[in-house]
Design a protein around this ligand. Sequence first.
Ligand code: FUL
Length: 641
Amino acid sequence: MNDFTRRTLISSGIATGLAATAAPALAKPAAPSGAPKPWGATPSKRQLVWHRRERYAFIHFSINTFTGREWGYGDESPDLFNPTDFDPDQIVAAAKAGGMTGIVLTAKHHDGFCLWPTKLTEHCIRNAPYKGGKGDIVGEIERAARRAGLAFGLYLSPWDRNHPEYGRQGYIDYFRAQIVELCTRYGELFEFWFDGANGGDGYYGGARETRKIDAPAYYKWPELIALVHKHQPMACTFDPLGADIRWVGNEDGVAGDPCWPTMPNHPYVQSEGNSGVRGAPLWWPAETNTSIRPGWFYHADEDAKVKSPARLIRFFDESVARGTNMHLNLPPDRRGRIADHDVAVLKSFGDAIRASFATDLAQGAVASASHVRGPAFAASKVLDNDRETYWSAPDGVTTPTLTLDLPPNRSFDLIRLREYLALGVRVTRFAVEAEIGGRWQRLATHDCIGAQRIIRLPAPVTARRVRLVILEAPACPAISEVSLFRSVAPIAVAPPASSDPTILSPRNWRVVTSSAPGANVMLDNDVSTVWTVPAPTATPVSVTLDLREAFDLAGFSLTPARHPEKDTAPPRGYRAETSTDGTTWTAAGEGEFPNIAYALATQRVPFTAPRPVRYLRLSFAATALPAARMAIADIGAFTRG
Ligand code: FUL
C-alpha cells in the first residue's frame, strides 16, 4: 500500500463511516445501558446498511454486447453501440422480480467506452447512434431503478484499453474526473465498483501495445476511495485493500463456509478472500458475484445456457445464507432488454424466495435462555422483528443456550440466525438442536453467524422446541433474530434453444487428429464434459476438426471448464488455421483469451476475415495459469452475422 494506508483511513474516520450522512434504513437508537462492548473489528455505518441489501443485480451492458466479446480491446467504434429497443424499466423490473434490492451498472468496462455523455472523452455515448448521440444509459437506468424503489450503484473499470495515457499520470487525472462525474450526477449511490483486472494489451489511443502497471502504486487506492466517499459517503467501494467490501475470490457465486467478514490488513489474497479470516483486524466483508449466463455480457449463443431457478437457489444458499451479499449479473441483449427466458428464471427464483421467507414460523414461540444479561437483552428479543434489539448474556458467559418453545405443528426446513452486527462477529461456532418426538437432535453445526446464517435442512422437521447452542465464542453473544421457515421450491423453466442462426452446432463434427484422446467431448455442447490433456511444453496441444461441410466461417468459440479440477487451467491463447481440403492450411488468427482464467467464460474469437472453411485446426501453446494439465469444455464456431 501507499503511505496513505487503510489504518490512516480508519483513524481519520473515513473508513469507519464517521463522516457518513445518516442512512434512513438505520435510524439508530441509543445503545441500551449495560450493552456488551464490541468485540474485534466492527462495520462502518455504510457497511452496516450494505449488509442488509442481501441481493442486488449487476448489469453488464456496453460495446461488448454488440461485438460478442467479453473484453473489448478499446478500438471499437462508438457506432456499434445502438440498442434497438432499450427499456430500462424492463431491465429493472426483471431484477425486481428476482428480489434484487439494487442495480450496479457498468458505466465503463475495460474497453473504455462510457455509457454516459461525458465531455472527458470522445469514446462515449455522445458519439453513438443511440438516440442520435443524446442518450444517457447511466441516467436512464438510474431513474428507472429509483422509480422501482431500487438502489443504484456503478461499476467503473480502472483499466481502460482505449485511453492514450493509460499507465501514466494523465490517465489517473482522467479517471479521478470520471469518478467525480459519476458520483455527482446520478444521485445517491450505494456501491462503487472498482474492477481488479488491471493492465495488459490494448488500443491505448492507437499505440496498440501492452502496458503493465503496479496497481497499488499507480492507482493509489486509498485516495480514490476517499474521493468516492467525499461525494458519496454511503457508497460501499469494492474491492482493493482499503475498500468497504471485498471480492469473494471466484466469479462462480460461491462464498466459503464459513465466510468471515474480517480480513488481515494486507493486500487481498485470493485464498483468504473466500472464507475471510477469523479475528482479523479489518471489517472487509465479501460480495459474492456471478452471472445468470456463462458470460458477463449477453451472447445469443448462451441463450440455452442460462442458470436455472434451482441453480439460483443454490447461489442464494452459497452466498446470502453464508452472510454475504449476492450480486447477480443480468446482461441486457442487443435490444437493450433482458431476454424473456432470463426474466422467467428470475421470476421463478424470486417467487420461491419470497414464498419461502414469507411466514416466520418462530413467531408465537416462547423464548428462554440459559443466561440473560438483563431485561433489555431478554431471549424474546430474537423474536421481536427488530434488528436493533438482541439477546445477550453477561460478560464472561460465552457458551449460553437459547431455547424456543414452539406452538404445535411447526414444520420447517430453513433456520435463519442473525447476529447484532454492530458489536462485531462474536459467535465462533454454534449448533442448532431440535426436540423431535421427545428427543433432542442436533440439526446442524457451523462456524460463524455474522450478518446472517441460513441453514437449509435436507427435509422439514416438526419440532416441539428448538435451541441455539453457542459452542465457542470469545465474548458473550449478541443475537438479534432467530427465525424458522418452510421452503417453497421454484417452478422449473424449460431452457430455450439458441435463437441465433449464425451459431453452428458442433454435434456433427468429427475430430480428425488431436494431441490426446477424448477430444470429441468438446463437440457435445455440454460444458460439464471436459477434455483434459497434459499441459503443453515444447509442442502445443492441438485439435483438428472436420466440420463435414464447408461454411463461410467468421470465427470460433472456446468454453473453458467451469469448475476446473485441481491443477488444471484453460489455454492462455490460441492459434487458428483453416482449410477447405484438409491439406492446404492458412492462418486465421492468433492471440490471447482475455480473462479466461478468472471469468472462465466462453471466448468468441473472430477470424481476421470470414472465409470458406471445412477443416479447423486450433493449437494452444500454454496454460493461462501454471498447471500440470490443460482443460477445455467446448469448441464451437459461428458464421457471418
Ligand atoms: C472481472 C471483469 O474482467 C469481467 O469482465 C467482469 O466485469 C467481472 C465482474 O469482473 O474482473
